[in-house]
Design a protein around this ligand. Sequence first.
Ligand SMILES: *[C@@H]1O[C@H](CO)[C@@H](O)[C@H](O)[C@H]1NC(C)=O
Ligand SMILES: *[C@@H]1O[C@H](CO)[C@@H](O)[C@H](O)[C@H]1NC(C)=O
Ligand SMILES: *[C@@H]1O[C@H](CO)[C@@H](O)[C@H](O)[C@H]1NC(C)=O
Ligand SMILES: *[C@@H]1O[C@H](CO)[C@@H](O)[C@H](O)[C@H]1NC(C)=O
Ligand SMILES: *[C@@H]1O[C@H](CO)[C@@H](O)[C@H](O)[C@H]1NC(C)=O
Ligand SMILES: *[C@@H]1O[C@H](CO)[C@@H](O)[C@H](O)[C@H]1NC(C)=O
Ligand SMILES: *[C@@H]1O[C@H](CO)[C@@H](O)[C@H](O)[C@H]1NC(C)=O
Ligand SMILES: *[C@@H]1O[C@H](CO)[C@@H](O)[C@H](O)[C@H]1NC(C)=O
Ligand SMILES: *[C@@H]1O[C@H](CO)[C@@H](O)[C@H](O)[C@H]1NC(C)=O
Ligand SMILES: *[C@@H]1O[C@H](CO)[C@@H](O)[C@H](O)[C@H]1NC(C)=O
Ligand SMILES: *[C@@H]1O[C@H](CO)[C@@H](O)[C@H](O)[C@H]1NC(C)=O
Ligand SMILES: *[C@@H]1O[C@H](CO)[C@@H](O)[C@H](O)[C@H]1NC(C)=O
Length: 767
Amino acid sequence: MRFLVSLILLTGLSGATGVDDLARHVQQVESIRDVKDVTATFAQLAQFGRYNEMSSLFTDDGVLLWGNTSAKGPQAIEAWLKSDAGDMNGIQPGSLDTLVAATPLVNLGADGRTAKGRFNGWRFQGNGAGKTRIQGGIYENEYALVGGQWKISLLRYYPLYDGDYADGWRNFGRGDLGTAPPFHYTTDEAGIPIPPNVADAPAANVTLEELQHRIDLLNDEDEIRNLQNAYGYYVDRRMWADVGDLFGRNWGQMTIENVGSFEGPHGVQQALREWMGPEGLSQGVLNEHLIFDTTISIRSSVDEDLPRPAEKIADVRGIEIGLIGDADNNSSSWRFGFFHNTFAKQSGIWQILNITISPLMVANYSTGWGNGSALSNSNNNKTEPAFLLPYTARGKRTPEPRSIADRLDTISELQRRLNRSAAYDGTENVSNAYGFYIDFIDGKGCSNMAAIHAKDGNKESPFAGFYQTRQRVLEACTSYYGTTERTARSGISFHWRPQPVIHVSRDGRSSSLRARLLQPSTDKNSAGTIRGAIYHDQIVLEDGVWRLWSVTIDEHYWTSNTWKGGWSGVPARARNATNPPPRDLIAQYPPDLLLTEIGDPRETGFMGGTGRYVAWPEIQRMWFAYRNPVSGRVPDSYWPGCVPCQHRPAWNLTNNGWQEPPTGPTVVRAGFGAGNGSAVDEPVRVTVSVTAGPGEPVLGLVTLESQTKEVKAEYTLTAEDGGRTAFSLPRNLSSGLILLTARFSGSDRLKPGQDTIDFVVPGGPYR
Ligand SMILES: *[C@@H]1O[C@H](CO)[C@@H](O)[C@H](O)[C@H]1NC(C)=O
Ligand SMILES: *[C@@H]1O[C@H](CO)[C@@H](O)[C@H](O)[C@H]1NC(C)=O
Ligand SMILES: *[C@@H]1O[C@H](CO)[C@@H](O)[C@H](O)[C@H]1NC(C)=O
Ligand SMILES: *[C@@H]1O[C@H](CO)[C@@H](O)[C@H](O)[C@H]1NC(C)=O
Ligand SMILES: *[C@@H]1O[C@H](CO)[C@@H](O)[C@H](O)[C@H]1NC(C)=O
Ligand SMILES: *[C@@H]1O[C@H](CO)[C@@H](O)[C@H](O)[C@H]1NC(C)=O
Ligand SMILES: *[C@@H]1O[C@H](CO)[C@@H](O)[C@H](O)[C@H]1NC(C)=O
Ligand SMILES: *[C@@H]1O[C@H](CO)[C@@H](O)[C@H](O)[C@H]1NC(C)=O
Ligand SMILES: *[C@@H]1O[C@H](CO)[C@@H](O)[C@H](O)[C@H]1NC(C)=O
Ligand SMILES: *[C@@H]1O[C@H](CO)[C@@H](O)[C@H](O)[C@H]1NC(C)=O
Ligand SMILES: *[C@@H]1O[C@H](CO)[C@@H](O)[C@H](O)[C@H]1NC(C)=O
Ligand SMILES: *[C@@H]1O[C@H](CO)[C@@H](O)[C@H](O)[C@H]1NC(C)=O
């Protein structure tokens, strides 16, 4: 009853300022994502030489500045893109044009109608007839909201390294590199999700129902990005059981275009083993599949023909660059392609329905992509599924009648859920700010980097240990890199932090983040190299600014020490080689917690840790701070929370006034308990179990409900219940099929979860 009343009261047009404020905030968060999406779409289109559509993403007076060349207006931009690419355009057979714009740091202007964004850029090109080009640099772009659509008003690319395939890349201009391309933001701004509002919110003319729908889409998108990115990390390590779990219990299809297709959860695992090798990595095996420029479109599932009903469907599209190798037989290759996957939401959890990977170019490392693809039947023309363009990207913004939820949240609940999506962007922002600052590390880089830490935050200095407090993080950095700004650098190691998996706390004030460290390096004297590592961080909202709370880097998992040798040409360390000596920093400015103090098992095998140093091509253990996002499976190497906090509990989030973010789904399973009602006197009992991560107590409300509300019961789990309870069904249920939904409403620590089972009530009210 309460339900219906609130629906009627709140459905009318807005008038209350609360709704106007909420509407403005929704639009601000959407705007930040639109800016990322329009940039990702620019990148996706380049794979197919669709320069006309790329130029249509610009404003009428938009400008493209690529190094020292420029073009103004869509027509001139199209002409420039076309002539610059020439036959390295992804159209000519055997050609390649993979452009990525990674690691967004987006800032919305105070009026909400302009924005700026910094990205890392890569571009790999070839014409299929021997010609190749590689470019790397930084974008500092500007955007404008025109006629309700975000467009690029300035695409400004600062080239930092380039070269061809045979000789690899080197510093742009072949001399020293100078200071960083100008930053459009200050250290504080890097963590302010949305600038302070300068005026009252305008009258929004939207219903709360519409806003709820749009916030649902934003929340869904966060989960979908996490699922896509988490999938990528499991594939990299060939964790096939975990990949299999992501497909849920009811479906699964895995396709590699021109190679084959497999169905069902077991089929998927079989496909992966067949195409990519057995479970786990053996020495020298690299299976990195870097994921970039993902766009997402969410729709209602009503028209889908699925084995089981889903709540919603999402199309997920992006660019994949594979770095594949087997050092044992010195074979390695590049794979460029794109993916278009479909996810489904069921029982409140997003899971994978199907994955389709379309390779555009497969090239042996030794020969490169200049003469076309080694995969004879890959074909640039083959697949160009509909691009997910911005503004359709997140799904329709007005709710479809059939997708309107049967609930309407209060404004403050909607604001909380919106804050969680804003936190996702704030986290990504400050994470990328860190990478952009330490690329140009020196006295100034140190102070910028330290300034984006929380006052009492902590950070690992690689191979040494952790420093706590912003001040100590700063001094550790300057004691090593000095206090002056450098204006000439013979080389730079870049710190891209793409592919985040972000878990936001219930109150939206803290988060945890896993990201890659993707480290292309450039130098004036030798050809560039690439390395890979993993960050495990926590981020907090401190005094209204997103800041780094804890930063851990596990490095490196793989390296290419020379361009010629690539990642498969790295000699293994002798089994009996002695560990490298401790880093000078440990004596110069002793850490507050040494890696050796953390010791076994967390820091075993890492340089500066305990035990024998395990270096690529040997395989170092990989840690995860979260459980499987669909099944909740606990990984073999599991270390939730801030990495040093098990040794320094005073540094943990809960001891400092923030919530610990969830570590994965809360898996709810409803089933029939002993007694199925057939015995005359026995009531039907429904058992509900709620499973969280190890050491996470399940406390909170469990409800059991049927659609018709004939069944409606609740129970609050306490520590003694061990996450389980049972309900007896009433004895006067109408006959026929009833669906029973068990819900756990979540806690400060745990996500909500649910499960639905069906039950056929035999003819007539049963006893
Ligand atoms: C622009 O840069 C290219 C190198 O990318 C150089 O060859 C060319 O001379 C430069 N042109 C001008 C006008 O500076
Ligand atoms: C492309 O093929 C030609 C002729 O076979 C060969 O000379 C050239 O080295 C090849 N180029 C690359 C980049 O593989
Ligand atoms: C990211 O940082 C910029 C400052 O450079 C800030 O203006 C912007 O609002 C931030 N965006 C998000 C989503 O946090
Ligand atoms: C509010 O929106 C409706 C539907 O979009 C439109 O017809 C109406 O004119 C708008 N009212 C105002 C005051 O803008
Ligand atoms: C290298 O070894 C892997 C399996 O270990 C095999 O799949 C691959 O075909 C081998 N490559 C070559 C060139 O022998
Ligand atoms: C993936 O699933 C969606 C939804 O059922 C379907 O429309 C699409 O055709 C499927 N794609 C492939 C390649 O199977
Ligand atoms: C692996 O192959 C590369 C390219 O052909 C060659 O330069 C390198 O010497 C080889 N390394 C080993 C260990 O055989
Ligand atoms: C790629 O390498 C494999 C094994 O090293 C070799 O058999 C094959 O011919 C190479 N293909 C091309 C296109 O160079
Ligand atoms: C790709 O498509 C273009 C135009 O549609 C055509 O001219 C070309 O032959 C096609 N290439 C291949 C390899 O099929
Ligand atoms: C949402 O975030 C804003 C800004 O941090 C804060 O003022 C507000 O209290 C939050 N609202 C809820 C319901 O969490
Ligand atoms: C490692 O073993 C090799 C022979 O197996 C020997 O020559 C070398 O001296 C040993 N190195 C160390 C550091 O013990
Ligand atoms: C933080 O540390 C305290 C002990 O100081 C401990 O009770 C608490 O459980 C820790 N929080 C988390 C999330 O581990």
